[in-house]
Design a protein around this ligand. Structure first.
Ligand SMILES: C[S@@+](CC[C@H](N)C(=O)[O-])C[C@H]1O[C@@H](n2cnc3c(N)ncnc32)[C@H](O)[C@@H]1O
Length: 377
C-alpha cells in the first residue's frame, strides 16, 4: 500500500489537469426543456440558429405568408386593423408597423396566457397612446393597440365596444400556434406525453379527453372524417370505444398508441412502415387535428366570423384568412365568392395563395397554409 505523501512533498503526484465535464446529454427533446431557446434575452443568437435549421424556437411562433398577407391587406398609415388571432404577434407586429402611430390595432386571442406574453412584447415596441397625435387633436389619444381575450366570433360586438364603426383591415390566421402545440401540458401534441386537453381557452367546458369519453362511436368517426379526412376513422373510433370500456383515454401518448394499433401498424416499427408506404404524416396527426377542431368549435367560430365580417369592414376594407385544413378553406372560399355574387365584396382572389418552396423549407409548419382574401365593396 502506498503511504499518503506528505504535504508539499515534491514526490506528491501532480493533480490531473481539471477538464471541463463534457456534456453527455442530447439536445433537449421537449420544447419546455430548451432553456436557451426560452430565454432569448440571455441567448440572443439562439433563435436565429434554430430557425436556420427549419425549426421553430421553443416558446415562439413563426408567422406564415407574411409578405402575401401584407400584399393582400395593403395596410396604410392611420388605418384600423383587426388581428383576429394574435398568437405570438408576428402578423400584428407587421400590421402595427404599417398603420403607424395614428393607426389602431385591435387583436383577439382565446388563449389568455399567450395574449399576455404577446401584449408585453408588443407594448415594448409600441408603447401606449401616441402623445403627439393626442396633442394635435386635443382629445385623449385612443390606444394604438387593444388586445382582447376572447373568440373572434364576437368581432362585431367587440368593435362596437371599442367605439369603432368598422375596420380597414381584418386578418385571421386560423388554428393553433406553435407555443400551444409545443407545450406538452396543453395536450395538442402527439409527440409528447400530456393530458388530452386541447382547449385554446381553459374556460371551454370540454377537453379532448371528455370528448373521447362521451362521444358515440359514429360521431367520433364522423368528426375524424369530416374535420381531418382521416381514412381510418371508423377503425380508430371503434378502438377508442373498445379501450374506454376498460379505462378512459386521457393521455396524448395513450391515444397515439391506440391509433397506431387501429391502423394495423406495429408500435415498434410504425415509422419504417409509414415510410415504406410513402406516408409522411404522423399516423395520429389527423385524429389530433379533428379533436382540436371539435374541442374548440373552430368551424363554428369561422362560420360566425365569415357571417359578420362584411359588416365589420369599412367600404374598401380588406380581409385575409389563412387556413390549414380543407374544410376551413372551403368555407372561406364559398363565403368570399358568395359575397362577390351578392355585391357585398367587390373582389376576391381567384387563386389560392400558398407558401413558396423557400418558406416551406425554412418553416415546415407553413406547408399546409392557404391564404384567401376579399375586398369590401
Ligand atoms: C396560428 S396562431 C396565430 C399566430 C399569429 N398570426 C402570429 O403571427 O403569431 C392562431 C392563434 O389564434 C388563436 N385562436 C384560434 N381560434 C380563435 C378564435 N376563434 N378566437 C380567438 N383566437 C383564436 C389561437 O389561440 C392561437 O393563438
Amino acid at each position: 500500500m502506498n503511504p499518503e505523501p506528505p504535504e508539499n512533498s515534491s514526490d506528491r503526484p501532480a493533480d490531473p489537469p481539471r477538464r471541463r465535464k463534457r456534456y453527455a446529454g442530447r439536445y433537449p427533446h421537449r420544447p419546455d426543456q430548451r432553456y436557451k431557446e426560452l430565454a432569448p434575452e440571455r441567448f440572443p443568437d439562439m433563435q436565429d440558429h434554430v430557425r436556420a435549421q427549419g425549426r421553430t424556437p421553443a416558446g415562439t411562433h413563426v408567422p406564415v405568408l407574411v409578405a402575401e398577407v401584407l400584399a393582400a391587406l395593403r395596410p396604410q398609415p392611420g388605418e384600423t386593423a383587426v388581428d383576429c388571432t394574435v398568437g405570438y404577434g408576428g402578423h400584428a407586429l407587421e400590421l402595427l408597423k404599417r398603420i403607424g402611430p395614428t393607426g389602431r390595432l385591435v387583436g383577439f386571442d382565446r388563449d389568455a396566457a399567450a395574449l399576455e406574453n404577446t401584449r408585453e412584447r408588443l407594448e415594448k415596441v409600441f408603447p401606449g397612446p401616441d402623445a403627439e397625435a393626442s396633442g394635435r387633436s386635443g382629445l385623449p389619444a385612443a390606444p394604438r393597440l387593444v388586445l382582447r381575450h376572447g373568440n373572434f366570433a364576437g368581432l362585431d360586438r367587440a368593435l362596437a365596444e371599442e367605439g369603432l364603426d368598422g375596420a380597414d383591415v381584418i386578418l385571421a390566421d386560423l388554428g393553433a400556434s406553435s407555443m400551444q402545440i409545443d407545450d406538452p401540458a396543453r395536450g395538442f401534441s402527439y409527440k409528447f406525453d400530456g393530458p388530452l386537453d386541447m382547449r385554446m381557452d381553459p374556460r371551454l367546458p370540454r377537453t379532448a379527453a371528455d370528448l373521447l369519453r362521451t362521444m358515440p362511436e359514429a360521431a367520433l368517426a364522423a368528426a375524424m372524417e369530416n374535420l381531418a379526412d382521416e381514412p381510418d376513422a371508423a377503425a380508430i373510433a371503434q378502438r377508442i370505444v373498445l379501450v374506454r370500456g376498460t379505462s378512459p383515454v386521457a393521455r396524448t401518448l395513450e391515444l397515439v398508441h391506440l391509433i397506431i394499433e387501429a391502423k394495423g401498424l406495429s408500435p415498434q416499427h410504425w415509422r419504417k412502415q409509414a415510410a415504406a408506404a410513402g406516408e409522411d404524416l404522423h399516423p395520429a396527426a389527423r385524429t389530433f387535428q379533428a379533436l382540436r377542431i371539435a374541442v374548440n368549435d373552430e368551424l363554428g367560430a369561422l362560420r360566425q366570423l365569415l357571417r359578420v365580417a362584411p359588416a365589420c369592414l369599412r367600404p374598401g376594407g380588406r380581409i385575409a384568412i389563412i387556413s390549414f385544413q380543407s374544410g376551413e378553406d372551403r368555407l372561406v372560399k364559398q363565403a368570399f365568392r358568395d359575397g362577390v355574387t351578392e355585391g357585398v365584396y367587390a373582389a376576391t382572389g381567384d387563386e389560392l395563395v400558398r407558401p413558396d418552396a423557400k418558406e416551406r423549407a425554412a418553416n415546415p409548419r407553413s406547408a399546409a397554409a392557404k391564404l384567401r382574401w376579399a375586398v369590401k365593396a
